[in-house]
Design a protein around this ligand. Structure first.
Ligand SMILES: [Zn+2]
Length: 314
C-alpha cells in the first residue's frame, strides 16, 4: 500500500461493499528487507518510508470523508510493529525491555522510578503553574541518581519503595510535591480527550496494576473519563480477584472497570489457565475482559481465548 492509487482502490471497494466506515486500523511496520544500514540503498530506504509512513497517511486521507459522514463512534487505530508509544498515557521507567537497552548499574526499583521523572521545560513550567518547584526536585533527584551510578554494588535508598509508594519521599518535600503533582498532566489529558470525543465513544484508561509508577492515578483518571481497564498480566486467579476488587474501590461504582489478558507463555500454560483467570475477573465484577496482543502469539494458541470466553459465559 505504498501508492496513493492502491489505497484509494481498497477504500472504494470497501465502501461499495459495506456502505460506510467506522473503524480504521491503520497498521504498517516493516523494514522491507533486512540489510545493514551502510548497505541500504536509497531505493530500499524510500520503499520502507513509503510502506511505514505514506501508506498510513494515504489511508487517513481516504478515511476522513467516509468517517466524517458516519454517525456514532469513530476511531482510528494506529498499531505499530516497530517500538512506539503504548496505550497507557504514562511515563516509562528506564527498563522498557527494548533490545540493547542494558542496565549495568543494577538499578533498584526506586532508581528506575527516579529515572522516569521528566524535568523538561514543559513539565517544569506546568509544575510551576501548580506552585510546585520542579527545579528544586530535579536537583535532589540528580544527586540521588549520581550516587546510584557511583556505587560499586547497588543499594536501594528505599528497599520498601514498591510497597510503600510515593510516601517514601515525604522527608524530601520538593521531590514529594513533584511526584504527587505529576499525575496532573495525565489526568487532565484524559479529561481533554473525553471532552473532545463524540459522546457515544467510551474513553477508558488502560493501565497496569501499579499505574502510579508510570504517573497514572487510576482513581482520578477514571473520574475524568468513562472508566479503566487494568491488565491482569502474570497473576494467579486470586490476584486477579484482588486486582478487580481494589480497582473497583478506586474507580467507584459508576465507572466501567475491565481487565485484559494476553495468551503469553509461560504466563498462561493451558486453556484452563486463561479460563480460570477470566472467570475470576468476571466473578469479581469486571465488566469487560479484553484479550489482546494476538499478533505476538502462535496461531495454535488462539483457541484458548475461545475456551476462556465460553467458560466465563457459563
Ligand atoms: Zn516533560
Amino acid at each position: 500500500m505504498r501508492e496513493r492509487q492502491g489505497v484509494a482502490v481498497i477504500f472504494r471497494r470497501h465502501l461499495e461493499r459495506f456502505g460506510g466506515l467506522r473503524i480504521l486500523v491503520n497498521n504498517a511496520g516493516d523494514m522491507v528487507e533486512r540489510v545493514p544500514t551502510a548497505e541500504t540503498t536509497e531505493a530500499l530506504w524510500r520503499s520502507a518510508i513509503d510502506l511505514n509512513l505514506s501508506s498510513v497517511f494515504f489511508a487517513c486521507q481516504e478515511a476522513i470523508g467516509p468517517m466524517s459522514a458516519q454517525k456514532g463512534a469513530v476511531s482510528s487505530i494506529f498499531p505499530r510493529s516497530v517500538p512506539g508509544p503504548a496505550d497507557a498515557p504514562s511515563r516509562y521507567p528506564i527498563t522498557h525491555g527494548f533490545h540493547h537497552e542494558k542496565d549495568g548499574v543494577g538499578l533498584t526499583a526506586d532508581e528506575d522510578f527516579l529515572l522516569s521523572l521528566c524535568f523538561c521545560p514543559a513539565c517544569l513550567a506546568r509544575a510551576a503553574m501548580a506552585g510546585v518547584d520542579g527545579e528544586k526536585a530535579r536537583a535532589t533527584v540528580k544527586l540521588w541518581i549520581t550516587e546510584a551510578c557511583e556505587r560499586a554494588i547497588p543499594a536501594s535508598r528505599w528497599p520498601e519503595f514498591l510497597s510503600a509508594g510515593l510516601d517514601v519521599f515525604q522527608p524530601h518535600p520538593e521531590v514529594y510535591d513533584f511526584v504527587k503533582w505529576r499525575f496532573e498532566p495525565v489526568t487532565s489529558l484524559i479529561g481533554e480527550i473525553r471532552d473532545h470525543a463524540a459522546p457515544s465513544t467510551k474513553i477508558y484508561l488502560i493501565d497496569l496494576k501499579e499505574g502510579w509508577l508510570g504517573g497514572c492515578d487510576v482513581k482520578a483518571a477514571a473520574a475524568a473519563c468513562d472508566g479503566a481497564i487494568i491488565c491482569g498480566y502474570d497473576m494467579t486467579p486470586d490476584q486477579v480477584t484482588e486486582l478487580i476488587a481494589q480497582n473497583r474501590t478506586a474507580v467507584g461504582p459508576d465507572r466501567h472497570l475491565g481487565t485484559g489478558f494476553r495468551v503469553f507463555y509461560p504466563e498462561m500454560r493451558s486453556p484452563a489457565d486463561l479460563a480460570t483467570r477470566a472467570n475470576a475477573a468476571r466473578k469479581a465484577g469486571a465488566q469487560s475482559i479484553n484479550f489482546y496482543n494476538y499478533g505476538l502469539v502462535p496461531g495454535a494458541r488462539l483457541n484458548w481465548v475461545k475456551h476462556a470466553i465460553s467458560a466465563a459465559s457459563r
